[in-house]
Design a protein around this ligand. Structure first.
Ligand SMILES: Cc1cc2nc3c(=O)[nH]c(=O)nc-3n(C[C@H](O)[C@H](O)[C@H](O)COP(=O)(O)OP(=O)(O)OC[C@H]3O[C@@H](n4cnc5c(N)ncnc54)[C@H](O)[C@@H]3O)c2cc1C
Length: 503
């Protein structure tokens, strides 16, 4: 997947079957689905693939245990099926993660135990492991960070875990493998209509004033929390569809949570769940649910959100953690589908919604990472129907994502030619110099942030470590891209500014 080749294809092709706006989980899933059915697809992303919500999740491939409590069996069952297929189709980016729910009262063990047994039963053949009730001693053995005085027992259950932005990149390369064209740093600035139907989109490439008009048979709006911007490009009077809700995560060292099991707290003060999950040798703790008005690509973490997480997690663990333990903190915005006035965002549906406008624009939003494949299938089916294109069967249930063997082979060859590429970027992480050069040459990375935040995950895991290895990344990228010293200074300033927000 090479950016210059993709740009060339953008300029050469004159009529697309589908243009997808947005390069997060939903849009990339659509590109894979449509390209693998044989449609001619273009996807454009205004920033980098996964820059939006899709790199800021809790990294769980899950059915959503808590929706069971709301009686939403259908939603859970569908997500559990998707969980199973994703673990099968992308084994190199996903894993089975054991979770423990500690209980402070005996009745809770049976209450949650029964619910989780049902959760497991609903996953059928795609079960990841049997739910088990634990004694206090067993619970402490699996989660030694817990405060033993408060533990009366626990429940062990299984869900999936993944690397969200890496999955974005592998979805992108899979779409390209099946013939799609994908461009990052390319923003949709307008929609062109003839007889009230959309026939083209206007796009602007980053660092260019040129506006290109791209002709297409159909357009899919997969822009997450930016959904309403595109809807209003289509119809300035369009009703608001998305209520964004912010969630943050803290990352701490594993020393605070030794072992391999994740902690799940089933009910916080505002009736949410809270997780502490081992990830890339650190632990991710989250999340919050804060309604927000301002939509931005780099949402700001609020002080009270950090306090909320520390307060709730410290009710369970001993010794407690404080701000000095935090290695990185990041915020993301959930694209929740709007409902009646007065409903808290914690209660808004996590199911997805598709709206087809009079102009033919197909908008898809809501849902969650775990169900991206089904969302994509539904969106493509709608686009095909509305634009009267030939119907073709969806094949993504059994479609491998990414090609880890070929990737490893290419990187090994690069290291053979340039032994220096075998060096680590930072002593605390397994990422190497070769990963930076590979990201530029084969994964369309063009900024230092692309490499340190989404091709590797160093910024999300340890913001200070990311700053420490920034100069190595800048030098490698400058050489590979053939950029100037001015470019390097600009990247350095921008990245330092960004990383401050993760500290
Ligand atoms: C805190 C938090 C935790 C979560 N945890 C989980 C979890 O553990 N498991 C799970 O399954 N789900 C989880 N989710 C949900 C999941 O992350 C989201 O449902 C999913 O990432 C949404 O993807 P998306 O593609 O719809 O949106 P995004 O990822 O936001 O993608 C939309 C893209 O559209 C682009 N765009 C917007 N306007 C334009 C334009 N004009 N031109 C071109 N591009 C444009 C944006 O730049 C953006 O990259 C979580 C969400 C949050 C916020």
């Amino acid at each position: 997947m090479n950016r210059a080749t993709q740009l060339q294809q953008l300029r050469e092709d004159s009529l697309w079957d589908m243009v997808v706006i947005g390069g997060g989980a939903t849009g990339l899933g659509i590109a894979v689905d449509a390209a693998s059915r044989g449609y001619k697809v273009l996807l454009v992303e205004q920033f980098d693939f996964g820059k939006g919500t899709s790199s800021r999740s809790t990294k769980l491939v899950h059915g959503g245990v808590r929706y069971l409590e709301h009686g939403n069996i259908k939603l859970v069952k569908e997500a559990l099926r998707e969980r199973g297929w994703l673990l099968k189709n992308a084994p190199h980016l996903t894993s089975v993660q054991p979770f423990v729910i500690p209980v402070k009262r005996f009745w809770q063990k049976w209450y949650y135990g029964l619910g989780l047994r049902l959760y497991d039963l609903l996953s059928g053949k795609l079960s990841l492991g049997q739910t088990k009730l634990l004694s206090a001693k067993e619970t402490m053995a699996l989660l030694p960070a817990l405060d033993a005085k408060k533990v009366k027992g626990g429940i062990l259950y299984y869900d999936g875990q993944f690397d969200d932005s890496r999955l974005c990149i592998d979805l992108a390369s899979t779409a390209v493998l099946h013939g799609a064209t994908l461009i990052n740093y390319c923003k949709v600035t307008g929609l062109v209509k003839e007889k009230k139907k959309i026939v083209a989109v206007k796009v602007k490439l980053h660092n260019s004033e040129e506006e290109l008009e791209i002709r297409t048979k159909s357009v899919l709006n997969a822009t997450g929390v930016f959904t309403d911007h595109i809807l209003r490009m289509d119809d300035p009077a369009a009703e608001q569809m998305v209520d964004p809700s912010q969630g943050i995560h803290l990352v701490v060292n594993k020393i605070h949570f030794p072992g391999t099991h994740a902690l799940m707290i089933p009910k916080t003060d505002d009736k949410r769940v809270l997780f502490a999950v081992p990830w890339h040798n650190k632990v991710v703790i989250g999340t919050t649910d804060t309604p927000v008005d301002e939509i931005t690509e780099e949402p700001l973490v609020l002080e009270e959100e950090v306090d909320y997480i520390l307060e709730h997690i410290n009710r369970y663990i001993e010794p407690s953690i404080d701000r000095s333990s935090i290695l990185s903190v990041f915020a993301g915005l959930r694209p929740l589908v709007r409902s009646k006035e007065g409903t808290s965002t914690a209660l808004l549906s996590r199911d997805h919604t598709i709206v087809v406008s009079v102009s033919g624009l197909v908008t898809i939003t809501g849902g969650k990472w775990t169900t991206y494949r089904k969302m994509a299938q539904d969106a493509v089916d709608n686009a095909v129907f509305i634009s009267k294109q030939d119907k073709r069967l969806c094949i993504t249930k059994n479609l491998p994502i990414g090609d880890p063997i070929a990737t490893r082979q290419k990187k090994e060859n690069m290291v053979k030619e340039q032994p220096a590429f075998d060096q680590l970027l930072h002593p605390d992480f397994e990422y190497k110099w070769v990963d930076v050069v590979y990201a530029v040459q084969h994964e369309m990375a063009i900024t230092v942030e692309d490499v340190l935040a989404r091709r590797t995950r160093i910024l999300f895991l340890d913001a200070k470590a990311a700053m420490d290895c920034m100069d190595i990344v800048i030098n490698l990228m400058r050489e590979t891209l053939g950029e100037s010293e001015d470019w390097a200074s600009d990247q350095r300033a921008k990245f330092l500014d960004l990383a401050e927000g993760y500290l």
